[in-house]
Every structure is written in C-alpha cells, then in structure tokens.
Design a protein around this ligand. Structure first.
Ligand code: ADP
Ligand code: MG
Length: 325
C-alpha cells in the first residue's frame, strides 16, 4: 500500500546516502564485481548505481518493487543467521515511493532485460528493454513528494560528502569489488577490485598514505578472532577519527569501544595529538555478534566487547611498536 511505503521511507531512506547504501548493498548481494555510483547535487537531483551482478528476470523485477519481497530469506529461522546485507525486502519500494525511480536489469541467458519506472510510488510502468547484464537503478528528485523530509536535508555538498564517506568504507570492506564513484561528473574514487586491501587503500588515499602505513595482523585462535589491516605511522596523523574504518565480518561498523582501543593503544606509544588513519578488518565467530539492528544504525552488538577491545589494542600495539624502535 502506498501510504505504508511513504511512512516506511522515513525508516529506510533518511537521505541520499541511505539510498546509495541500500542500492549498493543490493549490488553486493547480487554478486557484482564492478559497481559504479554516480551522483549530481549531493544525490538530491540524481543518483545512479550500476552493477554487473546477476540481474533479475522480469518476474524478479516485478517482485522486487513489492513490499517485503526479499529474495534473501527462505524462512523465518534464517533471520538470525542471515549472511547477506539486505533482509527486509523494503528498500526498493520505499525509495520508489519518494522519487522518480527507474530500474533496468537483465540476467544471464536473457536477450532482453526489463525496465521498471515508478513515479513517486504510483503504478509501475514495466517494459522490455535492451540493457547490459546486471542492474542499473536511477533515482531522481528524491523526496520531491515529501517536502518536509526534503527540508531536513543538509547542503548538497554535505549530502555528497556523506555518500563519498560511505563509498570509501564500502570499497575498503570489499577490495574484491571494483568501485567507481562519480560526483558531479568528476571521478572521486576508483578502486582496482583485485582483492588487495593495500592496493585499495592506495587507490583511495594515495601512495603517500599507503607508504606510511603499517600492516596489522593479529590472531586469537582460541576465540576465533582475527584482525588484519593497516594503521598509519606517527608521521601521518589526522585531526579526526573520520579516517578510521572498522569492518567486522564484512560489515562496516561504528563502535566507540573499538575506536577507543585503537586510540588508547596508539597514544600509549605515540605521545602526539591526532588520530592515525586506520582500516581494521575483524573476523569473529558470527554467533558472537548481533547484526539485527535498526536499518539506519550500524552499531553492532558484541557478546564480549572486552575481548574484542583487547584484541584491537594488541593488534595496534604489535603493528606500531616495532616502528617506534
Ligand atoms: P532486500 O535487499 O532486503 O531483499 P530490497 O528491496 O533491497 O530488499 O530488494 C528486493 C529484492 O530485489 C532483493 O531481494 C533482490 O532479489 C532484488 N534486487 C534488488 N537489487 C538488486 C540488484 N542490484 N541485483 C539483483 N537483484 C536485486
Ligand atoms: Mg536490499
């Protein structure tokens, strides 16, 4: 029902960056190895996500725009162990309810693809179309029919920066996917997608950062905890934590506790102001984390936060201490 979609839009779609998040996560779930994101005016007038994932049949495409039409849960029991990023089946219809939405998709083996156009949640226009393998979703004039929500947005520059920050973190959490991000027709990010975190860090932050980075490598086999990644040397400090990315079991996470572990360990060795640039990739037993959180929140609940705190602390110490001697 259209009213439900508009209400739900406030939950899933708060700003352009939330749209990009939902679309790109779908592309990742679809097995894409190349994802391109284009935005104009901070995403408020135009966003387009193009992937080379598995695409959809006409039936799948029709289903995808219905509420709760997720293809990612086979039974309720799956909810607790769900491995894919999406599991609610409401992103596409809610986005389409508050924008001019156009999707083109084609799966392998099909000569023709499907185009679905939806204007502010109205009846979809569905037709056959020629299109490349995979899915392209274009979202124009976000919130054109919900002025109250539109008013709540920040400047185009700020909204665009949020999208940029999100894509940086996504690209870091998926070195095996080649990301391209075009912001107002300018190439803002381009990663190789060759699986190397180091090459991805270099592509995003530049060679000067990659050269100043120390590799992290920590394992607590008994607890099933592993940490890999990079942290910059004391010669390369930043004024904020914005350059720190935490990835837990493939998900981008914000955790005050783990950020504090990075800072505390670093400060214990380097008596300087500022924060290192860091990318920490943690692997923990799936049953020890709770990922069933609100769509907008990326705080993850840990069964034993203290244990992870110690692991991160140790990983940072081990990486930075040798560089101090
Ligand atoms: P969810 O991701 O929670 O399943 P969405 O509304 O985001 O719900 O997507 C609905 C469905 O549409 C997905 O389950 C998937 O089957 C399909 N879908 C969406 N985006 C893509 C894509 N880029 N490639 C292939 N299938 C997609
Ligand atoms: Mg989804």
């Amino acid at each position: 029902d259209k009213t439900i979609n508009k209400i739900a839009a406030g939950e899933v779609v708060e700003r352009p960056a939330s749209v990009v998040k939902e679309l790109v996560e779908n592309s990742i779930d679809a097995g894409a190895t190349k994802i391109e994101v284009e935005i104009l005016a901070g995403g408020t007038s135009f966003m387009r996500v193009t992937d080379n994932g598995k695409g959809m049949s006409r039936e799948d495409a029709e289903l995808a725009i219905l509420r709760h039409a997720t293809s990612k849960i086979r039974e309720a029991g799956d909810l607790s162990t769900v491995g894919t990023l999406g599991f609610r089946g409401e992103a596409l219809p809610t986005i389409a309810a508050v924008s001019r939405f156009r999707m083109k998709t084609r799966e392998a083996g099909a000569d023709l693809g499907t185009q679905v156009e939806i204007y502010g949640g109205k009846t979809p226009d569905i037709r056959e179309t020629g299109t490349s393998l995979g899915t392209t979703i274009q979202v124009e004039d976000l919130f054109f029919n919900t002025p109250a929500r539109k008013k709540f947005l920040k400047t185009n520059h700020t909204e665009g920066a949020r999208i940029n920050d999100f894509i940086v973190k996504l690209a870091l959490s998926h070195p095996e996917i080649a990301f391209r991000f075009l912001n107002n027709n300018k190439m803002a990010l381009l990663t190789p997608g060759n699986g190397s975190l180091y090459d991805t860090v270099k592509a995003i932050y530049g060679a000067h950062v990659a050269d100043a980075s120390l590799a992290l490598s920590f394992a607590n086999e008994a607890e099933g905890i592993r940490i890999e990644g990079f942290i910059t040397k004391p010669s390369m400090l930043k004024s904020s934590r914005a350059w720190q990315t935490l990835i837990v079991n493939g998900r981008i996470v914000e955790s005050r506790a783990l950020s504090k572990a990075i800072d505390n360990a670093y400060k214990s060795l380097v008596p300087k102001n500022g924060f290192p640039l860091a990318v920490l990739v943690l692997t923990v037993p799936p049953r020890t984390v709770d990922v069933n959180v609100h769509p907008q929140k990326i705080e993850m609940k840990f069964e034993d936060e203290g244990l992870l705190f110690k692991a991160v602390y140790k990983a940072v110490l081990d990486a930075v201490r040798p560089a101090q001697d």
